[in-house]
Design a protein around this ligand. Structure first.
Ligand code: PRP
Ligand code: HPA
Ligand code: MG
Length: 178
C-alpha cells in the first residue's frame, strides 16, 4: 500500500487532536439536550467511531448509507439511499457525521431529506471539506479541516473501496488512477 500513496496530508495525531476539539464544541453546544449522531456509511465510519468516543454527551447513533460516487473519483450527482435510518427522527436534534464535503451534493441532498422528516434540528459535522470544489453551498457547523481540491484517501475515504483502513489521510500516486 506504501507505493500507492503520494503524500500524507493529515497524520493520525492531527486527526485525533482535531476530533477532540470538535467533540468539546459539540459537548458544549448540545449540553442538556437530546442528540442523535447520524453517520453516513461507509466513509464516516472512522470519524463516527473516534468522534463519538471523544464526546461526553450521552448521544445516540444511527446510520444511513447513501452513494453518489460509485467506483470513480467524481460525484455522479445522483444520490441513492442504500440504507435508511432505523428510527423516526421527529423532534430530535440530528447531527450528521461525515468524512468529507466535496461537491456538497451528497450533504445538501441528505440535509434536505432529513429536514423533511420533522426533526428539531439538523446540523453537519465533517472531518474534511474542499471549499474550491463546492458545486452547491452547504452550511456545515463543525469542520475538521479545509483542504485543497485533490482526491484524498484513508481514514474512511476510499478509491474503488480501497485505502479506507489507513489511520491517516493521504493523496494517491498518479499510477494508481491509470
Ligand atoms: O460532497 P460530495 O461530492 O457529494 O462527496 C462527499 C460524499 O462522497 C463520499 O461518499 P461515497 O458516495 O463515495 O460513498 P462511501 O461513503 O461509501 O465512500 C463521501 O463519503 C461523502 O459522503
Ligand atoms: O477526495 C475524496 N476521496 C475519497 N472519496 C471522496 N468522496 C468525495 N471526495 C472524495
Ligand atoms: Mg467514497
Amino acid at each position: 500500500m506504501g507505493d500507492d500513496l503520494a503524500s500524507v496530508m493529515l497524520t493520525e495525531a492531527q486527526i485525533q487532536d482535531r476530533l477532540r476539539e470538535l467533540a468539546a464544541e459539540i459537548d458544549a453546544d448540545y449540553a442538556g439536550q437530546d442528540l442523535l449522531l447520524v453517520g453516513v456509511l461507509k466513509g464516516a465510519v472512522m470519524v463516527m467511531a473516534d468522534l463519538a468516543r471523544a464526546l461526553h454527551h450521552p448521544a445516540e447513533m444511527d446510520w444511513m448509507a447513501v452513494s453518489s460516487y460509485g467506483s470513480g473519483t467524481k460525484s455522479s450527482g445522483v444520490v441513492r439511499i442504500l440504507k435508511d435510518l432505523d428510527r423516526d427522527i421527529t423532534g430530535r436534534n440530528v447531527l450528521i457525521v461525515e468524512d468529507i464535503v466535496d461537491s456538497g451534493l451528497t450533504l445538501s441532498w441528505l440535509q434536505s431529506n432529513l429536514r423533511s422528516r420533522g426533526p428539531a434540528s439538523v446540523s453537519i459535522c465533517t472531518l474534511l471539506r474542499k471549499p474550491a470544489a463546492a458545486k452547491v453551498e452547504v452550511e456545515v457547523r463543525y469542520v475538521g479541516f479545509d483542504i485543497d481540491p485533490e482526491f484524498v484517501v484513508g481514514y474512511g475515504l476510499d478509491y474503488a473501496e480501497k485505502y479506507r483502513n489507513l489511520p491517516f489521510v493521504g493523496t494517491l500516486a498518479p499510477h494508481v488512477y491509470s
